[in-house]
Design a protein around this ligand. Structure first.
Ligand code: VL7
Length: 137
């Protein structure tokens, strides 16, 4: 099993989050607020079972999954779509395919040095996020 992604991670870089949100059909007023949020990831793991929390001052979003096991995901409070999500390891990357109305939708997490990286994909748009470990939480 590749790198340990567990911990509390604070967003330090967020490239093309706007493009990703437009691809998801998020309205302009919501995008303006979302762009200013300081997102935090809290990742917990027990064996193949993961919980990933995305936390901000106005909205939280939590998923839990088992690696290699497809499960239904409802993106409640985000774009409010139902997708089928499958998370697998591809080399050192934890990769999620979100099959549904939006094409080429998914994400990938991996570690580079001491930083947590995330790419969010939707219909050709790629948002690139980098997080640094919060050692106080
Ligand atoms: C989830 C949201 C834009 C709506 C508010 C923004 C609230 C805080 O899928 C994601 O993470 C994966 C991988 O770590 C695990 O679920 C990203 C946040 C992106 C997309 C939709 C904007 C409104 C942000 C919840």
């Amino acid at each position: 099993m590749p790198a340990n992604l567990c911990g509390t991670w604070d967003l330090i870089s967020n490239v093309n989050f706007e493009g990703y949100m437009i691809a998801l059909g998020i309205s302009r007023p919501v995008r303006k607020i979302a762009l200013k949020l300081k997102q935090r990831k809290v990742i917990e793991q027990q064996g193949d079972q993961y919980i990933i929390k995305t936390i901000s001052t106005v909205k939280n979003y939590t998923i839990s999954f088992r690696v290699g096991q497809e499960n239904g995901e409802f993106t409640q409070g985000l774009d409010n779509r139902h997708v089928k999500s499958l998370v697998t390891w591809e080399g050192n990357k934890l990769v999620c395919e979100q099959t549904g109305e939006k094409k080429n939708r998914g994400w990938a997490h991996w570690m580079e040095e001491d930083k947590l990286h995330l790419e969010l994909y939707c219909e050709g748009e790629v948002c690139k996020q980098v997080f640094k470990k919060n050692v106080n939480e």
